[in-house]
Write a protein that binds this ligand. Structure first.
Ligand code: GAL
Length: 350
């Protein structure tokens, strides 16, 4: 049978089209394969941090990754550098990569509702780590007893300053923890305020947890010749900045200052007497428990807690870990005992 020129040309076009289509398909498939994680049956966790600047978050990440490695689980770490839009983009990337579960430290407590909804639709489990994610359908919230953090600060201070003028430097208003800490210390201070024994002379919030706010608040109060008897800094960096302003006026060590996080510098200040107390949160327990929780969630195991917390839209199972007060008398049994810091580093014996 004689094949005409026209037919030959048609075959040629047809073959070319087929070849192009399969090439495109291969490319798309290749890209998709490259984008999504290796489906080798291993669990992959997406770890989305607000920032990795503050001392504690670096420790959280290191312990988390070490525990995951030990459990033969892969971890993809993203750092949102304190930007909500960046965090949303990073969570979308993890959805594309088809991770099995996400562990998220939100920058903006109200900023992730929609994107967490997308992750859930993609069948990805979501854990809110240390800070609650509001209005989102998260599977679990693992953190510390943040209300007790604030309560311990006020309990220790009212023991030594049961009456006088207090300055309160709250954390970032974008962080749900700041409100839990505040409920804690205001809950303890209320009766002292009601009786007139304690007077709150300054009560401000440190946007983005920036310590400059703490420095400015205390410096201004001192310049205005305000009588200050005690200061609550919602974390040790804020306490450190408040103490810097005091020290510049030669008042370092003469006004009681409470912090939180048990940063090494805070423990050193407690020894030198410029900071009165801090709150120790066993980060190792939190990070390791979060890895186990992530694995359990992927394996469909029930969450072991009878606590829940309402995030404005959902009652979220809350795994709440205990916290400890650190003063010069309890350094040994808390941070040193847990090897959170070495005694020689705190007492600078080297
Ligand atoms: C809080 C956290 C604190 C703290 C702060 C600043 O959410 O619980 O440990 O340091 O953020 O990043």
């Amino acid at each position: 049978m004689k094949i005409g020129k026209k037919q030959l040309h048609m075959y040629g076009v047809f073959i070319t089209v087929i070849l192009c289509l399969s090439l495109i398909a291969m490319l798309v498939y290749g890209f998709r394969k490259k984008d999504s994680i290796e489906d080798d049956g291993k669990i992959t966790i997406g770890f989305c941090a607000d920032n990795l600047v503050i001392e504690r978050w670096q420790r959280d990440q290191e312990i988390f990754q070490a525990k995951a490695k030990e459990q033969d689980v892969d971890v993809i770490v993203y750092n949102a550098n304190e930007d909500n839009a960046t965090q949303i983009k990073q969570i979308r990337l993890l959805i594309e990569k088809q991770v099995d579960v996400m562990v998220v430290i939100p920058y903006d407590k109200n900023g992730l509702k929609e994107v967490i909804g997308e992750a859930k639709k993609a069948g990805i489990k979501v854990i809110a780590y240390d800070r609650l994610i509001n209005h989102a359908d998260v599977d679990a919230y693992i953190s510390f007893d943040n209300n007790k953090v604030g309560a311990l600060q006020a309990i220790e201070l009212t023991k030594v300053v049961p009456k006088g003028n207090y300055i309160i430097i709250n954390g970032s208003p974008d962080d749900n923890n700041s409100f839990m800490f505040r409920d804690g210390y205001m809950g303890v201070l209320e009766p002292f305020i009601a009786s007139g024994a304690i007077n709150i002379v300054e009560d401000k919030w440190a946007n983005m947890w920036r310590e400059e706010y703490a420095y400015d608040i205390v410096q201004k109060a001192l310049n205005d010749k305000m009588q200050i008897d005690a200061i609550i800094g919602a974390n040790d960096r804020l306490a450190e900045a408040a103490i810097r302003a005091l020290s510049e006026k030669g008042l370092g060590g003469s006004i009681y200052v409470a912090g939180h996080d048990a940063d090494i510098s805070a423990c050193q200040r407690i020894v030198e007497g410029t900071q009165y107390m801090t709150v120790y949160k066993p980060i190792r327990l939190l990070a390791e428990s979060a890895v186990e929780l992530a694995i359990d969630l992927v394996n469909g195991k029930p969450i072991e807690t009878d606590e829940s917390i309402n995030n404005g839209s959902y009652d979220v199972p809350y795994i709440k870990l205990d916290v400890l007060s650190v003063t010069i008398d309890t350094l040994e049994e808390t941070v040193i005992n847990d090897a959170f810091h070495q005694r020689e580093d705190i007492y600078r014996e080297n």
